[in-house]
Design a protein. Structure first.
Length: 377
C-alpha cells in the first residue's frame, strides 16, 4: 500500500470515482447533507459519521478538460453549467478550455475543501457478497457501501471499423489524440464524424491545408439558433430542448438499451462559426466510404480519394471497464437503469451515463443520486 494513504483496506461509506463536473457536484451534495470526508469521519468527540471520498485518476483538477487541445476555446465548446455554490467565471470566449475549466474546478475544490485523492486509478470493482463493493486501485484496496461512478468518456474513444483501415500509411488519430492543426500542414485530410469536434477540427485545419474531406454516417442535424441560450461559460441547449432530449435518452437506458450517440440527439448549432465555414465551402459533406487502403479510401469499386491523414471525430463511449466484474451489460448492449441507479445494484449510481451525460443533467442527477444514497445509509 502507498504509505501516503495509510493502512488498508479503507472502509468508506460512499466512494465517488472521478472528479469531473458530476463528481464535484456529488461530493458537494454529500458534504451539504452531513456526510464527512474520509479522513475526518472519526470526530474528536468519538462519534462516528458517514464518510465519503473522491478517487480521481488525474494529476490535478479539471477531469478530461485537462487534455483538450490548445485551439479549443470556450467559444466553441458546449456550455459548462455552473457548479452549485460557485458560478463559472465570465469568459469572452477566447479562454482555452484546457485552462479555463480546470481553473474553475480547482477553485471549487478549494472553496469547499473536498476530500479528493489523486492520482488514484480504480482498476476494478467487485461485489464482496456482504453488502459492500471492493475497489482495487493504484494505491490499494478500498471498500464502500455505495459508489457514484463519474468516470466520463474521455478514456473510451470510439473508432468504427472499416476494412483496410489498419493498413493506412498516413496519419490516423482520434479526437482524443488531436493536439495541433499544424500537424496537417498541406496534407489531404479527411475528418470523420458529425459532431462539434468534427466541425472544430475542420475549421482549424482549414487554416493549414486546402484539401479537406468531411464524411458522416448520416446527414448533419442542424438546430435553429432559438434552441440555444448564451451563458457566462458558453452556449448550450435551451432548457425545453434539453429536457426533451434527456427524456428520450432516459427511456432507452431504463429499457436496458445502449444510449444513442450525442449528436443525433442534440444536433449542431447554426452559429456564426458554422455560417462562416459554409461560406468558405468547408461543409460539403459526403456519405461514409466503404473501405480504406494504404493511401486513401474507396466508395464502391470505382471512386477513390487519396489521403495523407484521417481524423476520427467519432465520439466516445462510457468509460466503465473497471465495472466489468459486476456484469452489468444486458443483451441489448446497455445497462438496465432506474434513474441513475443500476437496477442490479441499487447502491451503484452512474453519472454521465445516459441522460446525465449533459452538464445540466449531471448536476441535477448528482443531487438525486446523493439523496437516495444518504437515505439508505
Amino acid at each position: 500500500m502507498n504509505e501516503r494513504y495509510g493502512s488498508e483496506p479503507h472502509d468508506v461509506d460512499v466512494i465517488i470515482i472521478g472528479a469531473g463536473q458530476a463528481g464535484l457536484v456529488a461530493a458537494r451534495e454529500l458534504q451539504r447533507r452531513g456526510v464527512v470526508g474520509y479522513a475526518a469521519h472519526s470526530l474528536p468527540d468519538g462519534s462516528a459519521r458517514a464518510s465519503f471520498v473522491v478517487l480521481d485518476a488525474e494529476l490535478g483538477p479539471g477531469g478530461a478538460w485537462r487534455h483538450r487541445w490548445d485551439g479549443l476555446t470556450m467559444a466553441t465548446v458546449n456550455h459548462i453549467a455552473d457548479l452549485p455554490g460557485l458560478a463559472a467565471p465570465a469568459s469572452d470566449g477566447s479562454d482555452r478550455a484546457a485552462a479555463y475549466v480546470p481553473g474553475y474546478f480547482s477553485a471549487y475544490e478549494d472553496l469547499f475543501d473536498l476530500p479528493i485523492l489523486r492520482p488514484v486509478a480504480v482498476w476494478s470493482v467487485v461485489d464482496d457478497g456482504a453488502g459492500r463493493f471492493r475497489l482495487e486501485t493504484s494505491v490499494g484496496l478500498f471498500r464502500a457501501r455505495a459508489i457514484i461512478n463519474c468516470t466520463g468518456t474521455w478514456n473510451a474513444p470510439f473508432i468504427p471499423w472499416y476494412p483496410g483501415q489498419d493498413k493506412f500509411r498516413g496519419i490516423q488519430i482520434h479526437t482524443r489524440d488531436y493536439k495541433d492543426p499544424d500537424v496537417f500542414w498541406r496534407k489531404k485530410t479527411m475528418v470523420v464524424g458529425g459532431g462539434i469536434s468534427a466541425l472544430t477540427h475542420i475549421d482549424e485545419i482549414s487554416r493549414v491545408t486546402n484539401t479537406i474531406l468531411w464524411v458522416t454516417r448520416t446527414p448533419p442535424r442542424w438546430r435553429a439558433a432559438e434552441d440555444f441560450t448564451e451563458g457566462a461559460s458558453g452556449r448550450g441547449l435551451a432548457p425545453e430542448a434539453g429536457r426533451a432530449i434527456e427524456a428520450r435518452v432516459r427511456a432507452r437506458t431504463e429499457a436496458g438499451l445502449r444510449p444513442l450517440p450525442v449528436v443525433p440527439e442534440t444536433g449542431l448549432p447554426r452559429n456564426a462559426r458554422v455560417l462562416d465555414m459554409e461560406r468558405r465551402g468547408l461543409l460539403a459533406r459526403r456519405d461514409m466510404f466503404d473501405r480504406v487502403d494504404r493511401h486513401g479510401v474507396w466508395w464502391g469499386q470505382q471512386e477513390y480519394v487519396e489521403l495523407d491523414a484521417i481524423i476520427w471525430a467519432t465520439g466516445f463511449r462510457a468509460n466503465l471497464r473497471h465495472l466489468s466484474p459486476l456484469r452489468l451489460r444486458t443483451r441489448g448492449g446497455g445497462i438496465l437503469m432506474e434513474g441513475t441507479r443500476v437496477a442490479k445494484y441499487p447502491n451503484l449510481h452512474l453519472l454521465g451515463y445516459g441522460a446525465s451525460a449533459s452538464t445540466v443533467g449531471a448536476r441535477r442527477d448528482a443531487r438525486a443520486a446523493v439523496r437516495e444514497i444518504v437515505e439508505g445509509l
